[in-house]
Design a protein around this ligand. Structure first.
Ligand SMILES: Cc1cc2nc3c(=O)[nH]c(=O)nc-3n(C[C@H](O)[C@H](O)[C@H](O)COP(=O)(O)OP(=O)(O)OC[C@H]3O[C@@H](n4cnc5c(N)ncnc54)[C@H](O)[C@@H]3O)c2cc1C
Length: 655
């Protein structure tokens, strides 16, 4: 049985390439680098297959058009170049590198899409197809897969210290912490890129942070929401203790006459417990909030992350404690830092990419490894001498599984997740006797892209306006409240309105996810106008009603008092005053699965009898018990990263 070194499909150096910057141009694959003699070109004697020349084609990817340039000789495809795109950094790199290469090498359009990057893959293939048509080639012939000889699946056995299933936020954090303890680590990742939902995320990381709280102001109305929490009847002893602790902290804070932000680990825990309707496990929640705060420092000191000075409040975030990585779009900043950390510290972490974990291996009641299958059919049996960490994320992209646990969910809802979030880890863990908790607790993101469910696809903004031109909710409410309110509106759709200051468009015309706003406008996802009346016309709203709603909103922001819906906190950029004005077209979509595998505070997986399952740890969205009935916006990234870090450490310490 091989130790992991020397066998791996992807080392950190290669992984860094996968995660390299998404500069728009250019990836070229040409026959100059490939052995054309071995290609399966549909040559037919001296027949001319293509009109020689270079042609361009474009097709819609995930974010916007992917444009390719293809150069043809009379009998072959000489080169394929992706000349421009705006796909997600990290996730799109593999298809952009691999698909042109395979087209040229195989002289074929019968090329497999890349797992986890299907839309980008299909966009490249469609754009190349357009070029073949322009060159007079036979698209159908190129789409015929050549006969492949059946090769029996390879069987490979590996051994490592810590085996991590899933290469998202929890998995890679676990890998780093386990390897920093001196363990040899193998990460098995189903797709071609690391990151999972974490890299797609808005990147907001909620945590108490005494230093950055000093940069923030607080209003008396915000403090009153804490008073209201403290006035609630305790539901159990842990709740009572949390209330008592926060009460003392608040008294001290008020006595100090401070004007900067009041916060603490316990307030974070109390708000999380309350927002989840006391369904979460208070011990897990308090441990998590402490870990999240410690994680701010770990990410800064060990992983080299530079945080922005200001804290934000995410949709349904309830309190300004969201940290954002300086200079990074979405969750990409974490993975740039993680790969750098592994490389610079020469951590013994290896990655088996495009390999799907299928089954946990049990010996004498202990989890000793897993079986996994590679994209090429290779069957792996991997033994873990210290422990296995389950970090495969949630199941929001698996509508069948969502409906199984929550039949009342609207089947027509879209979802915001990576297609890889199919609940594999939960199914594997249940099969070996793990207990599942809160499986019916499924969260929608209230203001997703109305076309595809993604949380991206829009610009910033605070004010929600329905299709009648009217404001309908306190936009700072819990996500379940916002979702229910949005679904009551016409078509379950609405617009988020901003002015130039609130839209958050950077100097390069990109939104906070790195998407080009001009593309989003062309796609009908974002609207831009110089006057409110003009914006209303574009949205097909009554201009008078819409303008009156915006003016009323501006009065509310200016006074800081919302007698219409009771909103208590307003950002500096909430008012809609200065042109150009923007509207983003939004609707709720399935977003986060709050249930999953039950763990204890040490990240150990529990069985249905309430016992620890030896050798098995879990972290991130694959677990349940942290978020109750409603996850606080910005709590999931720290759940993944800080509990992942703890799980890696716990597994490594079994050596
Ligand atoms: C669009 C979007 C925006 C979000 N924004 C925020 C935000 O700003 N702040 C916040 O707190 N939360 C946010 N969330 C939620 C948060 O991103 C996730 O809950 C969190 O990142 C999950 O981390 P994870 O490590 O558990 O899973 P993931 O990061 O999803 O990683 C799981 C990994 O496991 C892999 N995998 C799955 N099955 C297998 C298998 N069988 N074998 C091997 N590998 C497998 C997947 O491919 C994936 O790489 C957002 C979610 C989405 C979808």
């Amino acid at each position: 049985m091989g130790r992991i070194k020397g066998i791996f499909c992807l080392t950190v150096a290669a992984m860094l390439f996968v995660l390299s910057a998404c500069g728009q141009p250019t990836v070229t694959e040409s026959t100059e680098q490939s052995n054309t003699a071995e290609t399966a070109a549909p040559t037919d004697g001296g027949e001319i297959l293509y009109q020689e020349g270079t042609y361009q084609g474009s097709a819609m990817g995930n974010n916007s058009d992917v444009t390719v340039e293809v150069t043809f000789g009379s009998q072959e495809i000489i080169s394929v170049t992706v000349v421009s795109h705006n796909e997600t950094q990290g996730i799109s790199d593999t298809p952009i590198e691999r698909i042109p290469k395979e087209i040229v090498e195989g002289q074929t359009l019968a090329v497999d899409t890349v797992t986890g990057a299907t839309n980008t893959s299909l966009a490249i293939l469609e754009a190349v197809e357009q070029c073949v048509e322009q060159a007079g080639g036979d698209v159908e012939a190129l789409k015929q897969a050549s006969e492949q000889e059946e090769v029996p699946a390879q069987q490979i056995e590996l051994t490592t210290d810590v085996l991590i299933l899933g290469g998202g936020g929890a998995g890679v954090s676990a890998a780093i912490s386990a390897a920093a303890e001196g363990s040899e680590v193998l990460v098995v990742e189903k797709t071609a890129a690391l990151g999972g939902n974490t890299i797609l995320s808005g990147g907001g990381y909620n945590a108490y942070d005494a230093a950055r709280d000093l940069n923030m102001q607080i209003s008396e109305q915000q403090l009153q929401t804490v008073d209201e929490l403290l006035d609630k009847e305790p539901v159990n002893e842990e709740h009572e203790e949390l209330i008592e602790t926060v009460r003392k902290q608040l008294d001290e804070y008020r006595a100090s006459a401070s004007e900067t932000l009041f916060d603490s680990v316990e307030l974070h825990a109390l708000q999380t417990y309350d927002a989840g309707d006391y369904l979460g496990d208070p011990e897990l929640i308090l441990t998590f909030c402490q870990r999240a705060a410690d994680g701010v420092q770990w990410l800064e000191d060990y992983c080299g992350i530079v945080w922005q000075d200001e804290l934000g409040t995410m949709v349904g975030g309830l309190w300004p404690r969201a940290h954002y990585v300086e200079g990074a779009k979405s969750g990409q900043g974490y993975f740039a830092a993680f790969t750098r950390t592994i490389e610079e510290n020469e951590l013994p972490v290896e990655f088996l990419m495009e390999t799907r974990a299928q089954e946990l291996l049990v010996e004498d009641g202990r989890i000793v490894g897993a079986k996994a299958t590679g994209a090429d059919g290779t069957e792996y049996t991997i033994r873990a001498e210290s422990g296995v960490v389950l970090a495969t994320g949630g199941f929001a992209a698996n509508m069948e599984m969502c409906m199984k646990y929550k039949p009342e969910l609207l089947p027509t809802l879209k979802n915001s997740n990576s297609a890889a979030m199919t609940g594999d880890g939960i199914v594997m863990a249940e099969a070996i006797g793990a207990n599942l908790v809160d499986m019916d607790q499924i969260q929608c993101f209230p203001s997703s892209d109305a076309y595809n469910g993604s949380t991206s696809g829009g610009v910033g903004g605070t004010l929600y306006i329905n299709k009648e031109g009217v404001r309908f909710v306190d936009e700072s409410a819990r996500r379940d409240v916002l979702t229910a309110a949005a679904l009551e509106q016409t078509d379950g759709q609405f617009y988020v309105i901003a002015d130039v200051n609130g839209a958050g468009i950077d100097e390069n015309g990109l939104n906070s996810y790195g998407q080009k706003v001009e593309d989003l406008i062309a796609q009908g996802k974002v609207f831009e106008a110089d006057t409110l009346g003009e914006l209303a016309e574009q949205l097909e709203l009554d201009p008078e009603v819409f303008t009156a709603s915006v003016e009323r909103w501006n009065e509310i922001v200016a006074s800081g008092e919302d007698t219409d819906f009771g909103r208590v906190a307003f950002t500096d950029t909430a008012a809609v005053l200065e042109a150009p004005f923007y509207a983003s077209f939004r609707s709720p979509a399935v977003h986060h699965t709050m249930g999953g595998v039950q763990v204890d505070a040490e990240t150990r997986v529990m069985d249905t009898e309430g016992n620890v399952i030896p050798g098995l740890y879990a972290a991130g969205e694959v677990t349940g018990g942290f978020h109750g009935s409603n996850r606080v916006g910005g709590n999931a990234v720290p759940d993944a990263i800080s509990n992942g870090r703890a799980a890696g450490l716990a597994a490594a310490q079994q050596r």
